[in-house]
Write a protein that binds this ligand. Sequence first.
Ligand SMILES: Nc1ncnc2c1ncn2[C@@H]1O[C@H](COP(=O)(O)OP(=O)(O)OP(=O)(O)O)[C@@H](O)[C@H]1O
Ligand SMILES: [Mg+2]
Length: 267
Amino acid sequence: MSAALPALHSGLAVERLGKIFPRRDASVIAVENVSFQVEPRQVCILLGPSGCGKSTVLRMIAGLEHPSSGHINLNGNPVTGPARERGMVFQGYTSFPWLTVRENVAYGLRINGDVNAMREGTVDYYLDRVGLSRFADAWPHQLSGGMRQRVALARALATSPQLLLMDEPFGALDAETRWQMQELLLSVIRKERMTVVMVTHDVEEALLLGDQIVFLSSHPGRVRTILHPPFKADDAICTREALRSHPDYAGMERDILAMMHEEGSRH
Ligand SMILES: Nc1ncnc2c1ncn2[C@@H]1O[C@H](COP(=O)(O)OP(=O)(O)OP(=O)(O)O)[C@@H](O)[C@H]1O
Ligand SMILES: [Mg+2]
């Protein structure tokens, strides 16, 4: 065994990442030359207009797509395929229709080889945290879209991944439930020492949760800018009102919305 890796190698490093999707007529350059780093226990938000390659970048970090160019390293090790250290919440409502809510949440633990007894406690704990204890034995088709998203969140959290990858995990939730899930996520990250990369369209969510926001431009997706919102470090911010009344909030929100608008109108 080599000595402990230098500090530079801990966390996630995405280096000059590119992805070309071959098509019969013309290949699509989905993302090009994307680089960023995420320190351990930080939350990195991928933001940008629809089609700019956010899901593609996330899927490459998950090891579900192979980069056409560039490298991804997690804690100094190259990412070459999916692994249990990386948990994923996919875009859309991804639950297995043939499994109950409880079985869906237990699924990730089962494929990680966890023993039954441990699974029971962990599953019930996360079902409770996402507010679905009463629906543990329901089938996904009996749930709303937002409830299914919460199942997917509980399933990913229950496996305690080193790196949690989430693709618009709160998109179908109403404002109040979304806020509760954001709080849950923050408390779990603090407790479990997880690092997170998350895609969202929601600027407020990006500013609330992100230590870092990687803003991608469209067609092809390139890093337009990287922002470091100061709000998470401020313990006083525990309500949406407190976030919105922070002196730096309005300016950052305005800058991001302006970039969104500019990139969106480049189609
Ligand atoms: N499997 C695929 N085959 C071909 N092209 C793809 C594939 N997946 C994505 N693309 C293309 O790559 C580009 C980026 O897609 P991606 O899904 O990463 O965007 P996104 O930023 O996640 O968009 P949205 O915000 O709408 O979810 C798009 O032009 C898309 O058509
Ligand atoms: Mg997407």
